[in-house]
Design a protein. Structure first.
Length: 168
């Protein structure tokens, strides 16, 4: 005789499923908050650099043949600062909002998927000066890129994919 679920048992099964979903949402909320804080702090660091600060700059500008690969101006550094803060906002939104109930929720979800792709491409690199497969590996930036920046970007790619996927 097949087992039939009684009404009481059915409710307990649904409670269990809802609790799993709540746990998943809580985890996504924690991940998105951590990422948002990191990106807000990175944005503030870029504001410091845009204002003329020099601390740590050698570790973040790629060097080729002893020369910086580029010289970011104040305007570009400000744009990067605000872009980083925007990434933090997208992260926070993915973890804390029910995007289905917002008119631009689909845009935020797509932005999360796009960020997952962008950070994956950044982790892989351009095969010259950034990423896991770079040629120039002898500068202070290259060492930090291999040890910290590229793995961080790969982690961010996974995190944004998880955050965006949790909205589906």
């Amino acid at each position: 005789m097949p087992h039939q679920i009684e009404a009481g048992n059915d409710c307990r099964v649904m409670d269990w499923i809802v609790n799993i979903d709540r746990g998943n949402r809580a985890l996504m909320s924690i991940i998105s908050t951590i990422i948002a804080i990191i990106f807000i702090l990175l944005g503030i660091l870029h504001l410091y650099w845009a204002a003329g600060g020099k601390a740590g700059i050698a570790k973040v500008i790629p060097v080729v043949e002893g020369k910086p690969a580029f010289d970011p101006g104040k305007i570009m550094t400000l744009l990067v600062a605000f872009g980083l803060m925007g990434v933090g906002a997208v992260s926070y939104s993915l973890g804390h909002m029910n995007l289905e109930s917002y008119p631009y929720g689909a845009f935020v979800s797509y932005a999360g998927w796009l960020l997952a792709l962008v950070f994956l491409v950044r982790a892989i690199g351009d095969f010259r000066i950034v990423g896991f497969f770079k040629k120039h590996k002898d500068s202070e930036f290259a060492v930090y890129d291999t040890k910290y920046y590229s793995p961080f970007c790969l982690s961010l790619s996974v995190a944004f994919a998880l955050l965006s996927g949790s909205q589906a």
